[in-house]
Design a protein around this ligand. Structure first.
Ligand SMILES: Cc1cc2nc3c(=O)[nH]c(=O)nc-3n(C[C@H](O)[C@H](O)[C@H](O)COP(=O)(O)OP(=O)(O)OC[C@H]3O[C@@H](n4cnc5c(N)ncnc54)[C@H](O)[C@@H]3O)c2cc1C
Length: 292
């Protein structure tokens, strides 16, 4: 099916995009890579009257790496991020997540901001943002504000972004610990499909192999990707032995609200969540120890 008719305008700056969002009102939508928006329009799930193209806005495309934080412009293409060596060093989890996002062709057009705002519950980048505690910087005609990932993702394809706001940049905290490891795994029917369930973890250890920091999360098993900071804190001071991991992933799975659909039952999703969360925790731990 083809999308319903719409008007099109190209914004040259974030200010102009915000001005256009404000003047065209509810029916206006920003378009970045179009990899989610265009299919949604073709399926008639969305019928924007105006598309405001942000692809030509150079100020939305950048990676600024500081020792404690990486700022990424929302319009940066996924393929650029996947090849960025500094990002791979400072935010290995983002690199690992990107490898699972769609296909080379979709990553060539798809942007990091488009993926975060689209907020598919199974999407990899929102899960990485939850686990690492990323902050979304939002701009509108009337000013700017910042939302932490756990406030940003509010439900299936729902976020805290307002209709008149543009996601400007994403701030990713960098773990500066000496020994850090991370891992991302998912199960999907075919490579490149959306995950049935995905899991991500990042772990820091001391010289003796005890965890000094732990973060993990699960996507595809509820309305939005979830991180489990309280359960992760329980693992600090352990060597991620099997009992500690099993107890944490069991409790994490109990917090999930998986649904049943044509791809998987709720019970299978919960099972996958437990198995994958345990695997990424162990794998992140081994990687952190390997870096010692
Ligand atoms: C075959 C196929 C397979 C795919 N597989 C996966 C997958 O496995 N995992 C996955 O995560 N994704 C997958 N996708 C989705 C897609 O590739 C992108 O990851 C992403 O969801 C969309 O990014 P985009 O830049 O194309 O955004 P668009 O489609 O242009 O926009 C998506 C939404 O974000 C909004 N938006 C975009 N930029 C901004 C901004 N700066 N500020 C405010 N709002 C903004 C738009 O208004 C729209 O609501 C797949 C897509 C296809 C076609």
């Amino acid at each position: 099916m083809k999308s319903p008719p719409f008007e099109y305008v190209r914004a040259r700056s974030v200010d102009e995009a915000c001005e256009l969002l404000s003047s065209h009102g509810e029916g206006a939508k920003l378009i970045a890579g179009g990899q989610s928006l265009v299919p949604m329009m073709a399926f008639r799930l969305l019928r924007p009257s105006w598309l405001i193209d942000v692809n030509e806005i150079a100020a939305l495309k950048f990676v600024d790496a500081q020792p404690d934080m990486v700022r990424i412009g929302a319009g940066t293409r996924q393929c650029v991020l996947a090849k960025d060596a500094t990002l791979a060093r400072l935010l290995p989890l983002v690199r690992q997540a990107l490898a699972w996002v769609g296909h080379v062709q979709t990553r060539n057009r798809g942007t990091i901001g488009g993926s975060l705002v689209h907020a598919d519950p199974s999407a990899e980048l929102p899960l990485a943002a939850q686990v690492l505690g990323a902050q979304m910087k939002l701009r509108s005609k009337s000013g700017q504000r910042t939302l932490a990932a756990d406030q940003f993702f509010s439900g299936p394809m729902m976020t805290g972004i307002r209709l008149n706001e543009c996601l400007d940049e994403i701030h990713w905290p960098v773990w500066q610990d000496a020994r850090v490891g991370s891992a991302f795994q998912e199960v999907s029917r075919r490579h490149g499909d959306f995950a049935i369930v995905g899991a991500a973890a990042q772990v820091a250890v001391d010289e003796s192999g005890r965890c000094t920091r732990v973060a993990f999360g699960i996507g595809g098993a509820g309305p939005a990707p979830l991180a489990f900071p309280k359960l992760a804190a329980r693992l600090v001071g352990t060597s991620l032995d099997a009992d500690a991991v099993q107890s944490a992933v069991h409790d994490a799975a109990a917090e999930l609200e998986p649904g049943t659909d044509t791809h998987a039952t709720a019970a299978y999703r919960r099972h996958l969540a437990r198995v994958l969360a345990a695997r990424v925790l162990r794998s992140a731990y081994e990687s952190a120890r390997g870096g010692a």
